[in-house]
Design a protein around this ligand. Structure first.
Ligand code: FMN
Length: 596
């Protein structure tokens, strides 16, 4: 390890003691400014490019069947996944687990240019670096041909590597408080993968990616009629124990994994008739795990050692470890939420679920890509925009368990709102708009911004959509300029910044909420990626933007609101120089992985 004199020096500042001040310090330190980008190596150290595929050498790999799109379980319609109870719940089998991982974390294509080839995945990732690793904790489930254990998902092989084999009893004990057929899903991040390219800002990007993966997993579960909720009452030490990231012996001399989150996934019981969200909450779901049962599991029989991803790390970004440590969730919260056990159907006449695409969910999920450029022409209708915005409204007045998919996965009130640059939306004048995702927060948001902005309900917007028109004007150049001069922000139909209720939430909830802002933003972004495909356009996440120049547009001065992620949606321009290959062509060529 060494340092590089091309790296601009850190602003000399002492690190504060209070965890909230420490994450705020990280946040400020990693802002991009017009005259200085956040610190990074400044060039790409290709010789040490991290391996995008983690494997645990010495552990047994269980291949998952590679299912064709029309093979069972074939996905429901895209619209149906947003309607509780409209998708018949599938049993948990090797085939359904395979479909789940395909839609959540699998390869979705290979791209080839000359001699180089790289894989894309169902979950997008900043710089396509894929820091996120996925895990499942599986008990004995009737009909599921897997031994009880902790499994690591290997995307290139589309298989599950066994990390720990469990006796049936302790894992049954751990999952006893959850509905029948429940299993756990976990995510970790290899910070190094993003830090290799992006330096200090990488902790933000890793957490965006966690949010996207929560989104892909929630949607994947919905295609199978399964429910999912984050077990976010768990302390991070518990997440580490369950996922084995604390096992120094298995990560000796290799890039560590940061334990991010656990979720529980369970199939619904058969429907018991029609109902509306909110009327059928009948299962008390703990959002935590029993510490005794977790300890018993950690004593299982472990297999495998993690591979090394880069030969050498030219530089180590201490500030990332510092942010990870300051935001470590130390408290175990014994939170309980009520969820529907039975799948009462939300009627399709509900305007939230008005149809706009006849595609099935699998087609939309498989075709999702980031646009590398936009045509600067394609417009969408205001009605299409309003439908997209409704998908990201969590319906904060309902109990979390009764919120529409995917917001039922997120056991918190919304803390992110959208500042939108409308460029090409038929029926809306170009200009600056704002979506307040929780009606209760309108006053807070308005008071955090320039008092001279107009807060006029956007013309034609449905009454229940808190979407406002702040300023008229052409913001194409401005939005590209503040997005690190990326044309994708101005050549689209619209782009937006995700503004978090920053300091207030951190001070009220604690520093552990810092990564969660990015998770919420990533989850929202994932829904927008899919919505764009469903509307016949395309999206791209934008992690590179100039933080404070964005804030200045609407007169945000302090830390009450901070923009954490940007997004752009419009008519894509294909890069025809690239060749596209099927996701598992490398396995099909050898005949591997087919069948049960
Ligand atoms: C958190 C995040 C930030 C991103 N930031 C940018 C960006 O600033 N500019 C850009 O062109 N693409 C950006 N992307 C798009 C990624 O480059 C893209 O997801 C990745 O190359 C994988 O391609 P795919 O989305 O087509 O699967 C971002 C994606 C994510 C998830």
């Amino acid at each position: 390890m060494g340092t590089d004199d091309r790296i601009p020096p850190a602003v000399p500042e002492s690190v504060p003691a209070d965890p909230v001040d420490r994450v705020i310090h990280y946040h400020i330190q990693t802002k991009h400014r017009f005259n200085r980008y956040s610190r990074s190596l400044g060039y790409l150290d290709w010789a040490n490019q991290p391996d995008p595929f983690r494997r645990f050498g010495g552990s047994e790999l269980v291949p998952l069947p590679l299912l064709k799109p029309d093979e069972d379980p074939a996905g429901p319609s895209y619209e149906a996944i947003y309607r509780r109870g409209a998708v018949p719940s599938q049993p948990v089998t090797l085939r359904t687990v395979s479909r789940f991982f395909e839609f959540a974390l699998a390869l979705s294509a290979w791209k080839k240019a000359g001699e180089s080839a790289w894989a894309l995945r169902s979950n997008p990732s900043s710089g396509n670096l894929h820091p996120t690793e996925g895990y499942a904790v599986v008990p004995r489930i009737e009909g599921l041909d897997l031994k009880p254990g902790l499994y690591h998902y290997a995307p290139k092989e589309h298989g599950l590597e066994i990390r720990a084999a469990y006796l049936p009893e302790p894992v049954a004990q751990l999952l006893a408080p959850f509905p029948p057929g429940a299993f756990l899903f976990g995510l970790t991040s290899v910070h190094w993968r993003e830090a290799w390219k992006y330096g200090e800002r990488a902790f933000r990007y890793c957490n965006h990616d966690v949010g996207h993966a929560i989104g892909t997993a929630r949607v994947a579960a919905a295609t199978l009629g399964w429910n999912m909720v984050l077990l976010d009452g768990a302390a991070q030490n518990t997440v580490a124990l369950v996922l084995g990231t604390n096992r120094a012996e298995d990560f000796a001399d290799v890039e560590p994994e940061h334990p991010d989150c656990l979720a529980v996934i369970w199939p619904s019981s058969p429907a018991r008739g029609e109902g509306r969200g909110g009327s059928d909450l009948n299962y008390e779901m703990p959002l935590f795990l029993d510490p005794g049962a977790v300890k018993d599991l950690a004593g299982g029989s472990w297999q495998g050692r993690a591979n090394r991803l880069s030969r050498e790390h030219v530089v180590h970004w201490d500030i990332i470890d510092e942010a990870a440590e300051a935001s470590w969730k130390t408290q175990e919260e014994t939170r309980i939420l009520r969820f529907p056990l039975n799948a009462a159907v939300i009627p399709s006449s509900d305007p939230l679920h008005a149809s706009r695409t006849s595609s099935d969910a699998g087609t939309i999920i498989r075709q999702r890509r980031s646009a590398v450029a936009f045509d600067g022409k394609t417009a969408i209708s205001a009605a299409t925009l309003f439908r997209m915005l409704r998908r990201v409204m969590p319906c904060a007045d309902r109990e979390p368990g009764a919120r529409p998919m995917p917001w039922d996965v997120w056991p918190y009130e919304p803390a992110i709102h959208l500042m939108m640059f409308v460029h090409r939306v038929e029926g809306l004048a170009p200009g600056l708009y704002f979506l307040v995702r929780d009606n209760e927060k309108i006053d807070f948001v308005r008071q955090s911004m320039n008092p001279e902005l107009n807060w006029v309900p956007a013309p034609g917007a449905p009454d229940d959509l808190p979407f406002y028109w702040l300023l008229e004007g052409d913001a194409k150049r401005l939005s590209a300029q503040v997005s690190c001069h990326q044309d994708i922000a101005g050549d689209s139909a619209f782009s937006f910044g995700m503004l978090a209720e920053f300091e207030g939430v951190l001070r009220a909830r604690g520093a552990w909420w810092y990564p969660r802002f990015f998770w919420e933003a990533g989850l929202l972004g994932q829904i927008m990626y899919l919505e764009a495909e469903a509307a016949g356009v395309r999206a791209t996440g934008i992690g590179c933007f100039f933080d404070d120049p964005v804030h200045e547009i609407v007169g945000i001065t302090g830390l009450r609101l901070q923009s954490l992620y940007h997004f752009t949606i419009g008519g894509p321009v294909e890069d025809r120089r690239l060749m596209t290959l099927p996701p598992y062509f490398h396995k099909q060529a050898t005949g591997e992985g087919r069948g049960e």
